[in-house]
Design a protein around this ligand. Structure first.
Ligand code: NAP
Length: 324
């Protein structure tokens, strides 16, 4: 019995050194209850120093070097775990040269490897980080629809328009849910939109650079789209909630707020009046509206947009990404 209990409290996080992975590891360690196996591709200090410095890491964090394309490496990290959070997946900043190799294979084959390893290791639940990009990229949806968990991005549309990231997340999430159906493995997926919030890791990730570059004034004119977003700390809470709530099942959209880029800049200006350059906003295509009611029904709480943006900017300044 003791063995079973300790297995439930040992969990694996793939992609532990990334933006979302790092906050999830911190959240799990902070409970004092979990031992965490974290997979990283590079054990060097630049990618893992921030993880080793977390409270509780010395006693309860074990790092494993594993590419998700390497089944044996993944299986080794997952063995002995009661739960697995599959976070690792490429989030390209630029258009990939070879989408199949750079994006689709790690997302889809990586997910297959993680799920197979979990099934073999008799893992109790797998929480897969998918994306709003797997929900909303579908020209068939009416513009004013509020999307829920029944909505799926259209794979052909993603392929023909070169939305490789959206395609990778759609294929990987479908694969995860189909694998669960086929094998009985307990899989829950969580679909966040743009993730913002303070950085823990040293290497800035793609979604944080969206806000950094906007505030740096990298473009003369900015398409003033409404964007759905969530704070990385609230996403980490949602992932743990999806793991710990026995009745959680299927997909969960995890969006906290929806703001036009000009509104986000105005909020930042209210805290840091000197930070932003003058920008010209032009009307842009809106992102789809989506509902996180299913996640909120599990008890998910989220912070205000002001707190998210203020803490994001504070951390970008501290990291030297924005001027002090
Ligand atoms: N940030 C967002 O706005 C957002 C929105 C929706 C969903 N998501 C999802 O959230 C997850 C984490 O993204 P993030 O924002 O935290 O980006 P990130 O900081 O770039 O993290 C991505 C992670 O995936 C790992 N990875 C990529 N390819 C891998 C491979 N072949 N083998 C092993 N690990 C691999 C990276 O490892 P290395 O550190 O070794 O590169 C990194 O740890 C992804 O699944 C992403 O699709 C993010």
């Amino acid at each position: 019995m003791e063995g079973e209990a300790s297995k439930t409290k040992t969990v694996c996080v793939t992609g532990a050194g990334g933006f979302v992975g790092s906050w999830l590891v911190r959240r799990l360690l902070s409970t004092g209850e979990y031992t965490v196996h974290g997979t990283v591709r590079d054990l060097g200090d630049r990618r893992t120093g921030h993880l080793k410095a977390l409270d509780g890491a010395g006693e309860r964090l074990r790092l494993f070097k594993a590419d998700v394309l390497d089944y044996a490496g993944v299986a080794y990290a997952v063995s002995g775990c009661g739960g697995v959070f599959h976070v690792a997946s490429p989030v390209p900043a630029d258009k990939p040269q070879n989408p199949e190799v750079e994006v689709l294979a790690p997302a889809v084959r990586g997910t297959q490897n993680v799920l197979k390893a979990c099934h073999q290791a008799k893992v109790g639940r797998v929480v897969v980080v998918s994306s709003a990009a797997a929900v909303a990229m579908n020209p068939g949806f009416p513009r004013d629809a509020v999307l829920d968990e029944d909505a799926w991005s259209d794979e052909d549309h993603c392929r023909t328009t070169g939305m490789w990231y959206a395609l990778s997340k759609t294929l990987a999430e479908r694969e995860a849910l189909a694998y669960a159906e086929k094998t009985g493995l307990d899989v829950v997926t969580v679909c966040p939109p743009l993730v913002l919030g303070p950085l823990l890791q040293r290497v800035a990730n793609t979604s944080s650079l969206v806000l950094v570059n906007l505030l740096k004034g990298d473009r003369d004119t900015v398409e003033d789209k409404a964007r759905n977003a969530v704070d990385v700390r609230d996403l980490a809470d949602a992932l743990v909630l999806a793991y710990e709530t026995p009745e959680a099942s299927g997909r969960y959209i995890c969006g906290a707020y929806r703001k036009k880029l000009s509104e986000m800049v105005d909020i930042v200006k209210s805290f840091y009046p000197d930070l932003t350059r003058p920008m010209k906003f032009v009307e842009g295509e809106e992102e789809r509206m989506m509902s996180s009611k299913k996640l909120q029904a599990l008890g998910w709480k989220l912070r205000a947009v002001e707190e998210c943006l203020r803490d994001s900017v504070e951390s970008y300044k501290a990291a030297g990404l924005l001027p002090e």
